[in-house]
Design a protein around this ligand. Structure first.
Ligand code: CUA
Length: 307
């Protein structure tokens, strides 16, 4: 799963690359003309002894030429930009398919159609245009999936929209592209493009309440989740109901990564994260609760089974 604007996987990203290429070749042409002209002048008019050459001032044709050529280049670039912008930013509906909210330093992902909530892993149906509303819960972030489209800022108190589409099933890396604090670099996410049928069943599964714990240890884990301060910030559907201060954990084990893609989502890493979040992601808002081994084991057993 690489991250590159030069390998577009959606019509929007392809159009942006088209604009990039046009700008690149126009600029390359200008650079070549200027460089070759300077080199030519240096050789052709080098000093060979004798007096200064005749000095001329005011040449209407030259003045006209070096005004008209740049203006027409800018006009061409303007037209190309408008064409690309119209292809990328088409009119939006008021009811987005997905609402993505930037938090320091993770992404909340809501599906208004059925109330599903997840984090840092955005599923979309392949080949279908998906409208995402982008918001922020704290500071300015920037939502960017280079292979799928443009960047768009997540601004507190404002709702921006972006169309996302993936031509092929697969995973596409995303990142926060606006410096937003200590862990800006680990505000990563991924877009998972699935066959529509797989997507529908995934989405239905995400809206379901959390699975019941099976082992005794996992049951204890659920109890400790309620008793410790975990449940003040995190939600587990069917267990507690809280404002979304932190990633929803209802289907935590179904996600591939933890902590804004900082670490892989394995039971060992989950335990490490619960034990000492700061050693993994300094300054993250996840506190160190100084859990003992019993709590760590119980919580890990419970959370790691929440598919
Ligand atoms: Cu959020 Cu950078």
């Amino acid at each position: 799963m690489h991250i590159s604007v030069f390998d577009p996987a959606s019509p929007q990203a392809a159009k942006l690359l088209w604009l990039w290429n046009a700008c690149f070749w126009i600029c390359a042409f200008i650079l070549a003309v200027v460089t070759i002209s300077i080199a030519y002048m240096l050789v052709r008019y080098r000093w060979r002894g004798g007096d200064e050459p005749a000095q001329t001032s005011g040449n209407q044709r030259l003045e006209f030429g070096w005004t008209a050529i740049p203006i027409s280049l800018v006009a061409v670039l303007f037209v190309l930009s408008v064409v690309a912008a119209r292809a990328v930013d088409r009119p939006v509906r008021r009811d987005p398919d997905i609402v993505v909210t930037g938090h320091q330093w993770w992404w909340q992902v809501n599906y208004p159609s059925n109330g599903a909530i997840t984090a840092n892993e955005i599923h979309i149906p392949v080949g279908r245009e998906t409208l995402i509303a982008v918001e922020s819960a704290d500071v300015i972030h920037d939502f960017w999936v280079p292979r799928l489209g443009r960047k768009i800022d997540a601004i507190p108190g404002r709702r921006n929209f972006i169309w996302i589409q993936a031509d092929q099933a697969g995973e596409y890396k995303g990142a926060c592209a606006e410096f937003c604090g200590a862990q800006h670099a680990w505000m990563r996410f991924r877009v998972v493009a699935q066959d529509p049928a797989d997507y529908d069943s995934w989405l239905a599964g995400q809206a379901a309440p959390a699975t019941e714990p099976e082992s005794e240890e996992a049951k204890t884990g659920r109890e400790r989740f309620r008793q410790l301060t975990c449940s003040n910030c995190h939600n587990i559907r069917g267990v507690n109901q809280q404002r979304q201060f932190a990633p929803d954990l209802t289907h935590l084990a179904g996600r591939q990564m933890l902590a804004g893609e900082r670490i892989e989502n394995t039971p060992e890493n989950l335990r490490r994260w619960l034990h000492d979040p700061d050693s993994i992601k300094p300054e993250s808002l996840m506190p160190n609760l100084h859990l003992d081994d019993n709590d760590l084991n119980a919580l890990t057993a419970y959370l790691a089974a929440l598919k």
